[in-house]
Design a protein around this ligand. Structure first.
Ligand code: HEC
Length: 237
């Protein structure tokens, strides 16, 4: 089974809904745009500051990320290198896996390929679906990933929300979230931040795609330049 899953991940097929929970959960659309460099940079900053403490993204090196996202080595060193010593290092979690497993009962998975293992919509909805649950060990639960062992690490931004459920055809489903205590961000700002983070995780899962995007733009620019030269020739002839 593991091999099959891995194969699906490698092939880039979504295995999202089947993997855990998620059944009957409505996923929200998210605008993914690998040409939006500012969004990718903001997402990288959130990822490095708030996710690398527990998760690794060990397929990625800091300087490769910086290079791809237009961040100089100096800026990477100053602003993004909390969890490592050198810009050439792989993006490894701060917390050793064994410790995390002790704390949370499950080791936080490597997030390098998460956007492909799940989907961007899944990640975007997951990051906005934590709610207070006194029965859970961490005090948090998640409608997209029921009984998730991850605490809501961004609750100060989002605030505390309560999930209101309704029973439809004998199945419990989410009716709405109620914000019980506002966070430091408005819901709109929090959604934007989670869009940036999701956008970054899509890049993370497929850095080659971003390079292809860039080459695509470059090549079509080149074509246009060639065409202009040809047109100029035609006109002056
Ligand atoms: C305090 C540790 C911790 C931090 C910080 C943390 N996580 Fe997690 N995360 C976990 C654990 C533990 C799990 C495994 C949950 C489980 O399997 O029940 C997890 C699971 C996940 C999953 C689901 C993985 C799957 O099974 O598909 C995603 C997505 C995720 N985290 C994203 C993030 C992002 C993005 C951040 C940064 C905003 C973050 N996490 C920060 C501990 C953490």
């Amino acid at each position: 089974m593991k091999k099959l899953l891995l194969l699906l991940v490698v092939m880039g097929l979504p295995i999202a809904a089947a993997a855990s929970g998620g059944e009957g959960v409505k996923l929200d659309a998210v605008k993914i745009d690998l040409n939006d460099q500012a969004s990718l940079q903001r997402g990288a900053r959130i990822f490095v500051n708030y996710c690398l403490s527990c998760h690794s993204a060990s397929f990625m090196r800091y300087n490769r990320m910086g290079h791809d996202l237009g961040i100089s080595d100096e800026l990477v060193k100053e602003n993004l290198l909390f969890a490592a010593d050198k810009v050439g290092d792989l993006m490894k979690a701060v917390m050793p896996k064994e410790d995390a497993k002790l704390w949370f009962g499950v080791a936080p998975p490597d997030l390098s390929l998460e956007a492909r293992a799940r989907t961007p919509e899944w990640i975007y909805t997951y990051l906005r679906s934590f709610y207070r649950d006194d029965k859970s060990p961490s005090g948090w639960n998640n409608t997209v990933f029921p009984h998730v062992a991850m605490p809501h690490v961004l609750f100060e931004w989002q605030g505390d929300q309560r999930a209101v459920f309704k029973t439809e055809h004998g199945m419990q489903e989410l009716e709405k979230f109620e914000l019980e205590r506002p966070g430091t961000m408005t819901p709109e700002k929090y959604n934007e931040a989670m869009r940036d983070l999701t956008n970054f995780m899509v890049y993370l899962a497929e850095p080659a795609k971003l390079v292809r995007y860039k080459i695509g733009v470059y090549v079509s620019g080149y074509d246009n330049a060639q065409r202009r030269i040809r047109d100029d020739h035609a006109r002056s002839a």
